[in-house]
Ligand binder design. Sequence first.
Ligand code: ADP
Ligand code: MG
Length: 459
Amino acid sequence: MLHDALKKWFGFDSFKDGQEAIISSVLNQTNTLGILPTGSGKSLCYQLPTYINQKPTLIVSPLISLMDDQVMQMKLNGETSVSCVHSGMDEQERQFNLSKIKSSRFIFLSPEFLLQPFNIKLLNHLDLGLIVLDEAHCLSEWGYDFRPHYALIGKITRQFPQATILALTATAQPYLLNDINHMLNTKFTEIKTTMNRDNISLSHLNFDNDEGKLSWLLEFIQHSGPTIIYVSSKKICLTLAQAIYKEGYLTGIYHGDLTYQERHTVQHQFINNEIPIIVATSAFGMGINKKDIRTIIHFHLPTSPSSYMQEIGRAGRDGEMSQAISLYQPDDSFLLETLLFTDSITEDDITLFESGDLIDPIKLEMLTILNDYYSLNELITIFNTAYQRKQIAYKKMIGYKMLDSCRRQFLLNYFGEHDITKPVNCCDNDSELKNLAIYNRKKVKRKMNYNEKLQNLFN
Ligand code: ADP
Ligand code: MG
């Protein structure tokens, strides 16, 4: 029966691993946490039940680019009953989408939008069948890049007791299930396959300094195919892109301080192979549906195995061989620790908040929002736990640089996976890895100087 529906609505002959189990669970009205690797077809896990049940589905998404991408994919598949509202839209588009909500089959909204009292009224009369929490690992990522509204999502789901909830992610630590049970005050059933991605080889290189990294990088990107270079600082994002451009390659930058339009443009240039290389912070990539990304280079290690798995998972969605290479030099740990802990909310912040003395405006806003839902004692526990988790995750990630055993095993063990079949091109500690050889054409023409111009005239 499910296979017929799959064929009818999507034209596919078979389910990918995990899809059928998740869809059956949802159709059984069981709140479900689905953990499937990147590119394994998570969207279909909510789309098919929506078609079968013929009731509207609300998709709560953490990122604008993610919403845009999914809406575009759906439209390409011929689905027009979609509305989506986010802060990157102009007023006209926003109004148009708002008016479409009532009659849409798929409704994409951000947690920030939903939690404004006026907006939730827009949904009041809908007979939602399903609520999807996409990229659900964001729910329990408290701290530095923390989205307080996402943590309050229980307020929304409570209003729709008849709707089944489906949380989806590619990376989940064992504690995610508990966290979301707690946040949404319900019981989820977890369905997971492996987080392993067989077609991505793993390697790591240590250097003495950034110059060493850079000269390796400029050589390497000649033949790395479509490539994302991840960096941990916006400043380095720019200087690195400039160095790559100077070397003759078209490249773009992507980080959180760019405008929506700027991000949109560079993302599309990359997706359409107009630029082979993008230099980005972790803000880039979630929901980017470019299937032929061949190489992910981490100029800086990320601060957790979870981020690492997410970021390298953007490679090779077409199933072809791809490579993930991380770089490290001793000064990096300072940068990473600053990044990780500077903006964390501490117990002291919460005490200052209680007495009305907290000065940091970002923390103040975050705590004000959260305190509406969680008591101060609960918040202390939440942030202490978050701090400990961050530390453990960071130490684990930093351990990667000195690792002399299997990298895949090391990463997957962290997520509670122990029974691992290693692919042929596993990692630099396990196999003789051959680098890919897909040439990135140099495209930037150097400006000619006067003598060169003269020569050109006479040649
Ligand atoms: P994820 O969210 O898990 O990263 P997506 O939902 O974006 O992955 O799906 C990745 C690709 O897989 C899409 O192009 C989608 O059309 C395709 N896909 C999904 N399910 C199937 C299936 N059963 N058979 C073949 N292709 C599928
Ligand atoms: Mg997805």
